[in-house]
Design a protein around this ligand. Structure first.
Ligand SMILES: Cc1cc2nc3c(=O)[nH]c(=O)nc-3n(C[C@H](O)[C@H](O)[C@H](O)COP(=O)(O)OP(=O)(O)OC[C@H]3O[C@@H](n4cnc5c(N)ncnc54)[C@H](O)[C@@H]3O)c2cc1C
Ligand SMILES: NC(=O)c1ccc[n+]([C@@H]2O[C@H](COP(=O)([O-])OP(=O)(O)OC[C@H]3O[C@@H](n4cnc5c(N)ncnc54)[C@H](O)[C@@H]3O)[C@@H](O)[C@H]2O)c1
Length: 445
């Protein structure tokens, strides 16, 4: 690469869409920098997955106790301010650790907002930085409803720092963030109401399964209001009223969980002719934008694949291999596992039930009730249903499960889905007994 540029590769954004791949560049002798306008590590460690799971952990324990039929006395309570302190203490370690890891790999950091000057130049404040290749990995931000009283709405970033458990919480939207927040806060002691503009939650999942998740959360006390259009939020003293087409709902805290929008504003993409819209930046099969030296990685890409951390990791590693010339083929995404971190969990990977039903000549669908599996009873599980999809060679190609350990089950089955192992081959696995992995693989035969 030419040394007329300051860097060989410049990443805009220092989240998983950048930092998982970048060290392989410096290991290969490339000069690399990140531009970051906020905390190193981006959404997932600071305001997403990691922050969320640290707060969810005590809620899951408490919910399991509630499911223990009195085997463990139901007097436990979450000390929310302590749970929040613990979350913050763990989270505060991530950004410095990621930065130190990158710097020890020889990567420079430039702090500030990046915007393009031309296809090889990025302005950060008064400084101009040039690079041969540039990777846009700017992620997404929360969508905000444009309604009267929008200033009283909180987004997921605020929610993950909520100082105490509100008596009444209204959540607008029944997607990943809405249902995970509902599960955590209802268990922690809030009375949660979820307002849905339609009647279906989590469109990425089969409706029969997302309906079951809502049914379980409703049994825990969450109230779902379907087909309701939010009109306004009014402040009444220290509380709020959320007015909708179906009625008014009192709240001490209102979470707007109506989706996320790619961070494309302020990058000056129009001057470079880079194509993008409200779903993200358009890329080709090599993750290059319409300017071939400029790639996009992670959540900011317009794509069919789920916008998740492991997808961003996969993309950053692909882009780095493509830049190094080690990868010349089009990106070939593996089966991507998805999970809603509620109790119970809802997880899936591979071919969906709808896809299998649409092609009966290619797929067989097997339904399994797993709630009565003795090992799940041991663990005080409350729910358990799974659908397995096989191809005509009897290879597992898809799974969806609702259960308290659906995330672990789908992870355990993922190698079979990705690499096409047959039930016969899986019989060679002598796994640890009794565990959920043993149980999951045992049901495949
Ligand atoms: C509440 C929540 C929970 C989640 N839970 C999960 C989960 O459990 N599992 C999972 O797999 N995924 C989860 N996700 C999704 C996951 O966080 C994202 O898929 C992942 O963070 C995407 O990484 P990224 O690098 O593409 O973007 P980000 O992590 O968002 O990083 C983008 C970075 O770019 C910076 N930036 C933006 N614009 C500029 C600019 N112009 N100049 C300089 N810097 C800029 C931002 O400050 C940010 O640091 C969750 C998301 C949220 C919001
Ligand atoms: N466990 C995980 O992996 C996890 C957790 C959280 C977030 N995420 C990622 O973050 C993304 C964003 O999550 P999210 O929950 O913000 O988005 P989402 O797309 O999952 O859900 C948004 C919900 O808001 C609803 N909605 C939109 N406009 C509305 C309106 N005007 N009134 C009422 N409801 C409205 C939608 O119908 C949808 O149900 C996810 O798609 C996922 O990629 C992943």
């Amino acid at each position: 690469m030419s040394h007329t540029f300051d860097y060989d590769v410049l990443f805009i954004g220092a989240g998983h869409g950048s930092f998982d791949g970048a060290p392989a560049l410096t290991a290969a002798g490339k000069r690399v920098a990140f531009v970051e306008e906020d905390r190193v590590g981006g959404t997932c460690p600071n305001w997403g997955c990691n922050a969320k799971i640290i707060l969810e952990a005590p809620a899951k324990v408490l919910q399991t106790i509630k499911q223990s039929d009195g085997v463990i006395t139901d007097t436990a309570k979450i000390d929310w301010p302590k749970a929040m302190q613990r979350k913050q203490k763990i989270v505060d370690g991530f950004a410095p650790a990621i930065r130190a890891g990158m710097e020890s790999a020889g990567i420079d950091f430039i702090f500030g907002h990046a915007s393009f000057v031309d296809e090889h130049t990025v302005a950060v404040g008064d400084r101009q930085v040039t690079a041969d290749k540039i990777v846009i990995a700017t992620g997404q931000h929360s969508h905000r409803l444009a309604i009267p009283g929008k200033e009283f709405l909180h987004d997921s970033k605020d929610f993950l720092s909520i100082p105490d458990v509100p008596g009444k919480m209204v959540i607008i939207g029944a997607g990943f963030i809405g249902l995970e927040a509902a599960s955590i806060m209802q268990t922690a002691g809030s009375q949660v109401t979820v307002i849905m503009r339609g009647s279906e939650a989590l469109p990425a999942f089969d409706k029969a399964y997302s309906d079951q998740l809502m049914k379980h959360l409703a049994a825990q006390g969450v109230v779902f209001i379907k087909n309701s259009q939010v009109q306004s939020v009014e402040e009444n003293g220290s509380a709020y009223t959320v007015s909708t087409s179906t009625g008014s709902y009192p709240a001490d805290y209102v979470l707007d969980a109506t989706g996320r929008i790619p961070n494309t504003d302020g990058l000056n993409l129009d001057t470079l002719g880079i194509n993008y819209d409200e779903k993200g930046i358009e890329v080709n099969e090599f993750l290059q934008t319409s300017q071939p030296n400029i790639y996009a990685s992670g959540d900011v890409i317009k794509k069919e694949q789920p916008k998740l951390t492991p997808t961003a990791t996969f993309e950053s590693q692909y882009i780095v291999a493509h830049i190094l010339g080690e990868e010349t083929e089009a990106i070939n995404y593996p089966a991507i596992a998805e999970n809603v971190f509620a109790t119970p969990r809802l997880a899936k990977a591979g071919v969906t039930i709808a896809e299998a039903k649409a092609a009966p000549d290619k797929y067989d669908i097997v339904q399994q009730q797993v709630a009565d599996d003795w090992y799940r009873l041991v663990d005080f599980e409350s729910a358990g249903q799974r659908t397995l999809i096989y191809n005509k060679n009897k290879q597992l190609v898809g799974v969806i499960e609702i259960s308290d350990k659906a995330d672990d089950v789908v992870n355990a089955l993922l190698p079979a889905i990705e690499f096409g192992y047959t039930a016969e081959q899986l019989k060679r696995l002598v796994t640890i007994f009794p565990t959920i992995g043993y149980s999951a693989l045992g049901y495949l035969g």
